[in-house]
Design a protein around this ligand. Structure first.
Ligand code: TYD
Length: 211
């Protein structure tokens, strides 16, 4: 008897790298090939993810009215991830549906490592999150990513500061190296190419993931 299992595919990159666009393109590509596919994102639409979005926009502050503690925010991302996995990702994978997520653990290993200054702790609190079948990292220079982001919207989230994005870019590099060493399946692609070209390369990478 064959086990019906979908694949868990993750898009990663800096703000402005194109993860949201490429996640949607990947969903369409898989659906066109007859796959059942579910598109999702982190922060999730669940209760913890919704609180995180309020923190990122600056609407939700710490209990004393001050800035939200970066360690507390890292824990929220990790908590959101387990809830997202249990309530939304795992059930679909078990039904044979492919799940495409715009961001997952690697985002925390980059953003929260910089925000808290403790990469090992961030890795530890994310230790219970199951690994994806493939993580695609869209590599875009920080200056290019920021230019795109500024062109797209006037809204600024707390992490969208040039120096922070440069540090996150370097942290992504370090975290990627560790995940590759740990045996995870990772594809690093240039996100600076035209959208169609990147979409084709993402599809190629996904095509090599066993079902
Ligand atoms: P983003 O994908 O930019 O959402 P939107 O396009 O809807 O604004 O994600 C929001 C921000 O959250 C982004 O700056 C990256 C950050 N983030 C983390 O810092 N850690 C995480 O673990 C995740 C999933 C996201």
């Amino acid at each position: 008897m064959t086990r019906r299992r979908g694949r868990f595919l993750v898009l990663e990159g800096l703000d402005g790298a194109g993860t949201t666009t490429q996640a949607a393109r990947l969903q369409a590509w898989l659906a066109a090939r007859g796959r059942r596919v579910h598109l999702t994102a982190e922060p999730s639409r669940g209760p913890v993810g919704t609180s995180i979005r309020h923190v990122l926009s600056g609407r939700l502050r710490g209990a004393g009215g001050g800035a939200f503690d970066p360690g507390a925010l890292a824990l929220l991302f990790a908590a959101d991830r387990l809830d997202h996995w249990e309530s939304e990702i795992r059930p679909r994978i078990e039904e044979g549906v492919d799940v495409v997520s715009d961001r997952y653990v690697l985002s925390s290993l980059a953003y929260q490592a910089v925000a808290t200054g403790d990469a090992a702790w961030v890795a530890a609190i994310n230790g219970k999150a199951p690994s994806p079948d493939l993580t695609v990292f869209l590599r875009v220079r920080p200056a290019v990513a920021l230019r795109r982001r500024y062109a797209a919207t006037a809204e600024r989230e707390i992490f969208e500061v040039p120096e922070f994005q440069r540090r996150v870019h370097r942290a992504y590099g370090r975290a990627l190296a560790r995940l590759v060493e740990a045996g995870e399946r990772i594809a690093v692609l240039s996100g600076e190419k035209p959208v169609d070209r990147v979409a084709a390369e993402v599809a190629d990478a996904v095509g090599s993931v066993p079902r």
